[in-house]
Write a protein that binds this ligand. Structure first.
Ligand code: GUN
Length: 299
């Protein structure tokens, strides 16, 4: 069997186009322009790339982008004061602090300072609690993107066996909550799970978010299963003939022979994250103004 390759790049472009259309409608009908503020502390090269991309795609969707770049040695109090100002700014509907923050800054304190209604990352403890109790929350972008791909492929996920590999606050845990909310039978596995291949083999849906390059191989996959690979790992140049190739947490070529559908790396889940950030910014704007939820762009 050869799996259907899920085109996350095309799907993300479609999500962005739908967001842009609804942003235009919001402007025309209500004179509202959604605004997203992104805060970057320090000069981590990967974070700089992400932040630049977020700003560019925000503007392309017709939203206002506010970028705040702070020096690596910015005191925590200064960052918290900026968050307070963004929370109070009516032109700002979404606030995102790029992670990781430097060691002298308490990440939990920073995330707790963001107004939950503007928490487009869905990392605030009250959004985590709302999601876990099945209430209307802001949902973390990467798991939301995975859910959109799965719903597009399967429609109703009810009754499916889902195995999430990885238990991070950013992906694994919220992914499990979302699948549970869609009535899957959910197992959260991780690096310490015994007989991991056996556990994964019972899944109709596998979401790999464990951060181990090519760990999930084809012999772990139930024939016909859907495999969503959240991993982005750069192999050492020596292993790949000098190029430092990007791979996921799934061994693509072997898994693609067994799976029914699979996301590639790159071009699978990756592009969905920023598309869902834009969707979340639109959702936050709609909720702040008492308007209808954007259709098909929320969990
Ligand atoms: N760093 C890596 N992924 C993310 C994300 O989804 N949100 C934020 N704020 N920082 C990140």
């Amino acid at each position: 069997m050869s799996a259907k390759i899920i085109d996350g790049k095309a799907f993300a472009a479609d999500v962005r186009a739908r967001v842009a259309k609804q942003v235009a409608a919001l402007k025309a009908a209500h004179g509202i322009t959604p605004g997203l503020a992104v805060v970057l502390v320090g000069e981590d090269p990967a974070s700089q790339v992400y932040v630049r991309s977020k700003g560019k795609q925000t503007v392309e969707a017709g939203m206002a982008s506010f970028e705040h770049k702070l020096a690596a040695d910015t005191p925590e109090a200064e960052l918290l004061a900026l968050i307070d100002r963004l929370n109070a700014d009516p032109a700002v509907n979404g606030v995102l602090v790029q992670l990781p923050v430097p060691d002298h800054i308490d990440e939990a304190k920073v995330l707790a300072a963001i107004d939950p209604a503007k928490d487009v990352d869905g990392f605030h403890i009250s959004n985590v609690g709302l999601l876990a109790t099945g209430q209307k929350a802001m949902v973390p972008c990467t798991p939301l993107g995975c859910l959109m791909l799965l719903r597009d492929l399967h429609g109703d996920l009810s009754g499916m066996e889902a195995v999430v590999i990885g238990r991070s606050n950013i992906v694994g845990k919220p992914m499990a909550q979302l699948l549970l909310r869609d009535s899957c039978t959910v197992t959260v596995a991780h690096s310490r799970t015994r007989t991991l291949p056996e556990v994964v083999r019972r899944a109709d849906i596998v979401v790999a978010a464990v951060g181990r390059p090519e760990m999930v191989t084809g012999d772990w996959i139930k024939p016909g299963a859907t495999v969503i690979d959240v991993g982005i790992n750069r192999l050492a140049p020596a292993e790949t003939g000098g190029k430092g190739r990007l791979v996921g947490d799934v061994h693509f070529s072997s898994a693609a022979q067994v799976a029914g559908a699979i996301t590639p790396v790159p071009g699978g889940v990756g592009p969905m994250t920023i598309a869902c950030l834009l969707a979340n910014t639109l959702t936050a704007t709609a909720r702040a103004n008492g308007l209808l939820e954007p259709e098909g762009l929320t969990a």
